[in-house]
Design a protein around this ligand. Structure first.
Ligand SMILES: Nc1ncnc2c1ncn2[C@@H]1O[C@H](COP(=O)(O)OP(=O)(O)OP(=O)(O)O)[C@@H](O)[C@H]1O
Ligand SMILES: [Mg+2]
Length: 262
């Protein structure tokens, strides 16, 4: 019983198909509550697909996905309820261009709660403060740098105080300094707000320092799960190839082309 409470997300025997293609299979993964898990893997390996199963966008072809002990529902209404407990930051930010930073952050609060305006304003100010942008409330997205826009999107993702955060490539398009700021924020928010975070990324070296656990997916399955230190020490040829970013090795980066050539 206690085990279930300590697990925020559980994949058990999961297979994920897109159309008639199997993208991932045999996925068994437990994400401990309170942890930061880095999901790593080459482009096209199925990282975003894994997140889609978590948010209920994609139903598993086999196995079960549970969030806080509840199977991800198929029915629309229950799914919307679940999604309120998952904060999502996608690489495009998804900010509405004709709304200010503050209005963007207020949007989920207006949509999903009936809180009075002054309370919403207060919550928005707190979220802006949490991402270090107290003075950016009235700026429009076009007036923000890439790093600031990502922080506003992060503030919006935490607007409803979701206990679970998922990040899909949170560092895309950011320079090393802005990347550092975002990774620190992700880590601080996780600890200060008592969240559980899953970070999908191919930015291995920026992400591992803040991660408690690392998962590598390649060739349609999980090829490594453990601590960042265990990952760095792994002598699995698949893992080594991925960490070094080498095109040749056991990871088939372009399996279609290989089949044709063979
Ligand atoms: N909506 C979709 N319909 C059909 N196939 C899809 C769909 N989304 C993804 N795929 C396929 O699933 C595979 C995995 O894609 P996915 O986006 O999960 O990879 P990824 O690891 O997130 O890659 P990247 O690092 O480039 O974002 C790819 O071969 C892709 O073409
Ligand atoms: Mg992706």
């Amino acid at each position: 019983m206690t085990e279930a409470i300590d697990i925020a997300v559980r994949f058990a025997g999961v297979r994920l198909d897109r159309g008639r293609r199997t993208i991932l299979s045999g996925i068994d993964l437990d994400v401990p509550r309170g942890s930061i898990t880095a999901v790593l893997g080459p482009s096209g390996s199925g990282k975003s697909t894994l997140l889609a199963a978590l948010t209920g966008e994609l139903a598993p072809a086999a196995g079960t996905v549970e969030v806080f002990g509840q199977p991800v529902p198929q029915r629309q209404r229950a799914l919307l309820e679940l999604r309120k407990s998952i904060g999502v930051l996608l690489q495009g930010n998804g900010l509405l261009t004709d709304l200010t930073a503050a209005e963007n952050i207020a949007l989920p609060l207006r949509t999903h709660t009936s809180l009075p305006r002054p309370v919403i304003d207060r919550l928005v100010a707190m979220k802006l403060h949490a991402v270090g942008l107290r003075n950016a409330a009235d700026l429009y997205p076009r007036e923000l740098s890439g790093g600031m826009a990502r922080r506003v999107a992060l503030a919006r993702a935490i607007a409803l105080d979701p206990p679970l955060m998922v990040y899909d490539e949170p560092l895309t398009g950011l320079d090393p300094i802005a990347s550092g700021v975002i990774m620190n924020l992700i880590s601080e928010l996780n600890d200060n707000l008592g969240l559980t975070s899953i970070i999908v990324t191919h930015h291995v070296h920026e992400t591992l320092p803040v991660a408690d656990r690392a998962v590598v997916i390649a060739n349609g399955r999980i090829v490594f799960a453990g601590t960042p230190a265990e990952l760095e020490a792994s002598d699995d040829p698949l893992v080594r190839q991925f960490l070094r970013g080498e095109p040749d090795g056991p990871i088939a980066f372009d399996s279609a082309a290989r089949t044709e050539a063979a």
